[in-house]
Structure formats: structure tokens, C-alpha cells
Ligand binder design. Structure first.
Ligand SMILES: [Fe+2]
Length: 342
């Protein structure tokens, strides 16, 4: 039951004072919260009002009610931010340790959402060792879970995109899910390689945390921010190096993960190891890169609609088919099976 406190019951001073103390949260941060660790406020006609009291039990109906009431902007007391973060991180930690117990589809859906919530915390605070190590361990366990449950990929994908997480945090997960599916289908990689490539793909864009998330919605970034974005691959390596267990060959993939994409041209980004325009990367890098391109193209963005799968495959054909014809066929087969096989 949503508990409301009328804004009229707060004095003007009280309400003005609140604005200085509050920090915004996403409605998705209320997912899987059964014992809310802090009060949650909404905004109505420019006035803050209490929407959910601390200790509230939040289920799907409560979240639905908030969305239907147009309450997309939610706030909590700045001093209590850490309580909500800790609540979700404890939840993710417990879930990560028990992925093999219970209904695999429900477990899978929950872990994808909690991992995405924690990804947001990580982007906001990329130097936090505890958040990074939880994300790494959870992604590692998720890789093993997804490798053992390939038949769940499609329902997990469908349920995940319905959650409409911010694309900055959803994109690495979607591209890594596709990557793992193609790697499994190829039968060319062992379990350890698959796990490492999944993690490589999942963390490759963490350097994008250098720019605030809201900026990506507007695509109105300054020249200085464009430069930061063009260096995000190297920045990702700097953030990860020595902090997670990923061999140097995987860090090289991260460093070069835009070698094959058009973004390389757009951002004037080229591998430092190569001369201008030369692609310096192996097949694994190409695969990580094109899965990223496809996942991005078939998903909408605030500033552009989604493309269809065939257009994205056409682009991938232009990017890699000449160099990797067999592998390109494998990618086409994988996506046709994923989206069209009954
Ligand atoms: Fe990237």
C-alpha cells in the first residue's frame, strides 16, 4: 500500500529545506525491495511529498501504481543514499551465491536487474573497490549461469528490455548476452574463455563513467566531453587494470573494442598500436565489437529509433565479412535463431 503524506502537512520552510537534502533515484531502484531502508519522496506541482515510508514493502503493484501516477522522478534523503545502495548490494551478493537454486528464469531476471542497478552505482563511483568486486563476481557467476542455460537467453532478453533500464547500463549486458550465445554456438571456446570474454565485454565501457549519464540522453556534449568519450576504451583499461582478474590479452580487447565499429571513425579513435585507420585486432576483438554494434542498433535511444536486425547485420557484414566470412555466417545464424526460431 502506497502511503502518502499530504504536502500541505509540511511547512514551506520544511519543503524548501527538503530540496537541498534530496537526491534523485530511479523507480527501478525500488525493484526487489521488501523492506525499504529510507523514505521516498515524489514531486507534485513543484512540491516534494512523501510517497513511500521507510520499512514499506514494495511489490510490482506498488511500482506499477507509481508509474501509472506518472511518478518517474523519485527522491531520497541524500544522507540515506548509501542505505539503499547497501540494500541492493546485499541482495545482489546473496542472489549471486544462490543462482543455481530455485526457478532459473526468475533467478535470471532478478540477477540481470540487480546487476544493472549495481552497474549504475559503479559508474557513479568507479574507484569503489567493493562495488567493482561485487560487480565482477556477480558477472562471473552470471556468465556460468548463462552458459548453462542457453534456452533462457531469449526470455531473459525479452523481460530485460521491458524494464527499460538506461541504455548506458543496459547496453553492456545485452551485448555480452549476445556475445556469450555466439561463443557457445561456435564451439570454439572453452568455459574459461567464454567467462573471460563475457566479463571483457561487460566491463569494456566503464570508462564512459567519466561523463555524467544524463549527458548521453541529450547527445549535446562539449568538445572536452567528446574527447573523453573518444578515450573511453583506454579509460576503461585504466579503471580495471590490477583491480579485477582479467588477463592482459582481455585488457587489449577492451582497449581496441571500437576498432571495427563506425564509432572509431566518428570519434577519430584508433588503436595506439596501429597507424591511422588500420585495424589492429583479432577475431575475439571483432566479435566483442560487432555484438556491441548489433545490440546498440536494435535498441532505441532517446535521440534515435531502433534499427531492424537486418540493417544491423548489413553493417556488420561491411565491417567484418571480408576478413571473417565463416564467423560472419555464424553471427547471422545465431541472430536468426534467436529472434525467429519458433
Ligand atoms: Fe565502447
Amino acid at each position: 500500500m502506497v502511503q502518502l503524506r499530504s504536502s500541505q502537512s509540511m511547512s514551506l520552510i520544511e519543503r524548501n529545506h527538503l530540496a537541498f537534502q534530496l537526491t534523485s533515484i530511479s523507480v527501478r531502484e525500488l525493484l526487489f525491495v521488501t523492506d525499504l531502508p529510507c523514505d521516498v519522496y515524489g514531486i507534485n506541482d513543484g512540491v516534494f511529498e512523501l510517497v513511500l515510508k521507510r520499512r514499506s514493502y514494495i511489490n510490482k503493484e506498488v511500482i506499477k501504481g507509481l508509474i501509472q501516477a506518472g511518478r518517474f522522478e523519485l527522491f531520497i534523503n541524500h544522507g540515506e543514499r548509501q542505505k539503499l545502495i547497501t540494500y541492493h548490494q546485499d541482495n545482489l551478493r546473496k542472489l549471486t551465491r544462490s543462482l543455481s537454486v530455485g526457478d532459473p528464469l526468475e533467478k535470471g531476471k532478478k540477477v540481470l536487474n540487480l546487476l544493472t542497478i549495481n552497474m549504475e552505482y559503479l559508474y557513479k563511483d568507479p574507484t569503489n573497490d567493493e562495488t567493482l568486486s561485487l560487480q565482477y563476481q556477480s558477472a562471473k557467476n552470471l556468465a556460468a549461469f548463462l552458459a548453462a542455460n542457453v534456452d533462457l537467453h531469449e526470455p531473459l532478453y525479452k523481460s530485460y528490455i521491458q524494464m527499460k533500464h538506461h541504455f548506458i547500463f543496459a547496453q553492456p549486458l545485452l551485448s555480452s548476452l549476445f556475445l556469450l550465445g555466439v561463443l557457445k554456438m561456435s564451439h570454439l571456446f572453452n568455459a574459461k574463455d567464454i567467462e573471460s570474454l563475457f566479463i571483457t565485454s561487460y566491463f569494456k565501457d566503464i570508462g564512459m563513467s567519466a561523463i555524467p549519464t544524463e549527458k548521453y540522453d541529450q547527445m549535446e556534449i562539449s568538445d572536452e566531453e567528446k574527447k573523453l568519450l573518444s578515450r573511453h576504451a583506454m579509460h576503461s583499461v585504466n579503471i580495471l587494470q590490477g583491480r579485477i582478474q582479467l588477463g592482459p590479452q582481455y585488457l587489449t580487447i577492451i582497449e581496441n573494442h571500437h576498432s571495427f565499429s563506425l564509432l572509431a571513425k566518428d570519434l577519430d579513435y584508433f588503436s595506439p598500436a596501429g597507424s591511422k585507420g588500420e585495424v589492429v585486432a583479432g577475431f575475439e576483438t571483432a566479435l566483442v565489437c560487432v555484438m556491441d554494434v548489433i545490440a546498440a542498433m536494435i535498441s532505441g535511444r532517446p535521440f534515435r529509433p531502433a534499427s531492424n536486425l537486418f540493417d544491423s547485420l548489413e553493417l556488420v557484414k561491411a565491417l567484418i565479412a571480408e576478413q571473417y566470412p565463416q564467423e560472419f555466417k555464424l553471427i547471422v545464424t545465431y541472430f536468426k535463431n534467436f529472434f525467429f526460431k519458433k
